[in-house]
Design a protein around this ligand. Structure first.
Ligand SMILES: [Zn+2]
Length: 289
């Protein structure tokens, strides 16, 4: 009898341990379900096009970063009569869970929508918590840095155009720093009144570019750290310094907090060299999606 019981007991133990391991380690996030809320009259054809755009955009962002860390995502769509812009307005509506609101041109084709950066920017916001206003440059910086990486990895931008777009963004940020001077955290907290978006967005993008390069030198990359963060620690609200410390812990480094301390009170626009841009382009060309 004993000889029968022991192997059975062992099997039960193995089964329970494997259940526990599966729960703790192999815990694939369920795919995010998109819920559409049309706030204007769209034809069936337009709705179909918008759905395709959003599903493809979500896929591109998840390929570059990680599964979107929520089970459902409401997407509110508003039609706007304009010929000049494809997606004239996009925003994250913070809540539990967060949702996305997009204004789209009544004339936009699927091609034009897919080649617009706004969707990739907005969806990238979903990976980080809503931060204190002086640290807002981290929120905007991450979305701004990721928007073109997502497009590049999805094959929507050639290497040349990827570098040109990022370079042009940094140049806009540098110029804006001359007309919107002061410490970055102060300018961030008052960004809307000062109309200092470009300085705040692109200084934050430089922060993440520097962090990503430093991680790549250690054999990791920004997306790995953000994926780990969204799996274990994503909260609705936080403070910039706490976020930086958590990212440090997950990357087993001091990269994020050291750069955070360098950046938060800086009055200049960071120097981003051509060599750094080439390295980023090389890296994402080699690690496609
Ligand atoms: Zn944004």
């Amino acid at each position: 009898m004993l000889t029968m019981v022991v192997p059975r007991l062992r099997l039960v133990v193995i089964f329970l341990v494997s259940l526990l391991v599966n729960t703790l380690v192999v815990r694939p996030l369920p795919a995010v379900e998109l819920m559409f809320d049309y706030q204007s009259h769209f034809s069936d054809e337009q709705k179909k096009q918008l759905k395709t755009w959003l599903e493809q955009g979500k896929q591109a962002v998840e390929n570059s970063i990680a599964p979107i860390p929520q089970q459902q995502l409401k997407v509110t769509l508003v039609q706007q009569k304009t010929r000049t812009e494809v997606v004239p307005w996009g925003q994250i509506v913070r809540g539990n869970p967060d949702s996305v609101k997009l204004h789209v041109s009544d004339r936009a084709s699927l091609y034009a929508l897919t080649n617009d950066w706004t969707l990739y920017h907005e969806l990238s916001h979903l990976y980080l918590p809503y931060l204190d206003y002086p640290s807002f440059w981290l929120n905007e910086g991450f979305a701004t840095y990721m928007q073109y990486i997502v497009m590049y990895q999805a094959g929507l931008l050639s290497r040349k155009r990827f570098i040109a777009r990022v370079k042009a963004g940094f140049e806009r940020g540098r110029r804006k720093t001359l007309t919107k001077p002061g410490k970055l955290n102060r300018v961030s907290a008052d960004m809307w009144r000062l109309r200092a978006h470009k300085r705040v967005y692109w200084t934050g993008a430089a922060y993440f570019l520097e962090a990503d390069l430093a991680l790549q030198q250690r054999g990791s990359r920004l997306a790995n750290v953000i994926a780990a963060y969204s799996d274990c620690c994503r909260r609705d609200n936080s403070r910039g310094i706490y976020l930086a410390r958590q990212l440090d812990r997950l990357s087993e480094s001091k990269i994020f907090s050291q750069l955070f301390n360098q950046y938060r009170e800086r009055i200049d626009f960071p120097t981003v060299t051509n060599d750094q841009l080439e390295k980023i382009a090389d890296y994402y060309q080699a690690h496609n999606g």
